[in-house]
Design a protein around this ligand. Structure first.
Ligand code: TPP
Ligand code: MG
Length: 333
């Protein structure tokens, strides 16, 4: 695995702080009704992304697909955060010209394939992307993310079976944040070790501390190497936590404030900052500069998004398929 150097720690700190503050800003904009519809935030789960990005071949052939909690992953993969924020505000400068919205951030150019609102739908799609990589011998690996609730969908079993049968270059990652909407993992199944679902398919699998980016990077590196060797998929269960509700419209009556506070003690950003301080990787003044840079960038994103225009109504008709040679006509956008 690439060494976890001082620079990596500083990057992790800045990246994770940006993702956290970016979403805090979204929450504020949601309350002002500038972000409409649903808004599912990733606060707390950032280490799962930071560690994975360290192991990935960014700008190469590696791809990522996830569910609706999908605003910060594309930023990590190189998408302009201003365009992501504009998409959330429904503006024409957004990643999908304002027509995708919160649950459907997408950038093929950056290897980010969404953004899916149907629970578990992206699991077989991720396996299909890996099938394409194997078929066309691209050397790419697909990271397929889903939640603990999605892990109980039948589509997981069909995808696991085929991925093992064909030894597809895919890593299945369950982000176990403890809840599917208001339903805890304990109330969902008679065992809580979701990673064990891989055993039925003899798929290499295991649990990972999803609050620690180093642990995530190590597990992801091993899994991605296995996929690149042609030895097929891996299933990792990232034990993590979300601080905010399922979406913005969640009264959170199913858990206590104390529980949330317990997890804040192992917050991924704090953990990384503690190491930075312990190892003297940065002075307090240098950390303050990073904090300011993050704050400024988030404000810049919000200004860009707010000042951008909404799409013209006519744009709606540009993405409606015509029947004659459907589905083989190119998009007009
Ligand atoms: C097929 C389907 N069933 C139900 C829903 C409603 N729904 C949206 S999110 C969700 C919970 C999913 O929880 P989990 O997979 O743990 O992901 P998390 O939200 O925790 O990231 C449900 C039931 C849906 N979108 N799609
Ligand atoms: Mg969940």
């Amino acid at each position: 695995m690439k060494e976890v150097t001082k620079e990596v720690y500083l990057k992790w700190y800045e990246d994770m702080l940006l993702w956290r503050k970016f979403e805090d800003k979204l929450a504020a904009l949601y309350i002002q009704q500038k972000v409409r519809g649903f808004l599912h935030l990733y606060n707390g789960q950032e280490a799962v992304l930071a560690g994975a990005l360290h192991a990935m071949n960014l700008g190469g052939k590696d791809k990522m697909i996830t569910a609706y909690r999908n605003h910060v992953q594309p930023i990590g993969m190189g998408v302009d955060p201003r365009k992501v924020m504009a998409e959330l505000l429904g503006k024409v400068t957004g990643t999908s010209k304002g027509m995708g919205g919160s649950m459907h951030i997408f950038s093929k150019e950056h290897g980010f394939y969404g953004g899916h609102g149907i629970v578990g739908a992206q699991i077989p799609v991720g396996a299909g992307m890996a099938f394409a990589d194997k078929y066309f011998e691209t050397g790419g690996v697909t990271l397929t993310y889903f939640g603990d609730g999605a892990a109980r969908q039948g589509s997981l079993h069909e995808a696991f079976n085929m991925a093992m049968l064909w030894k597809l270059p895919v890593v299945f990652i369950c982000e176990n944040n403890g809840y599917a909407m208001g339903t805890s993992v304990e109330r969902t199944a008679n065992h809580t070790d979701i990673w064990k679902l891989g055993l039925g398919y003899e798929m290499p699998c295991g649990p990972v501390d999803g609050m620690n980016p180093v642990k995530v990077a190590e597990a992801m590196h091993e899994a991605m190497e296995r996929a690149r060797r042609g030895d097929g998929p891996t299933f990792l269960e990232m034990k993590t936590y979300r601080y905010r509700g399922h979406s913005m419209s969640d009264a959170q009556l199913y858990r206590s404030k104390d529980e949330v506070e317990e997890y804040r003690k192992i917050d991924p950003i704090t953990q990384v900052l503690d190491i930075i301080k312990e190892k003297n990787y940065a002075t307090d003044a240098e950390i303050e500069i990073i904090d300011e840079r993050v704050k400024d960038l988030v404000e810049e994103c919000a200004t860009f998004a707010e000042e951008s225009p909404f799409p013209e109504v006519q744009q709606l008709y540009d993405v409606v398929y015509e029947q004659e040679n459907y589905p083989f006509i190119p998009h007009r956008l």
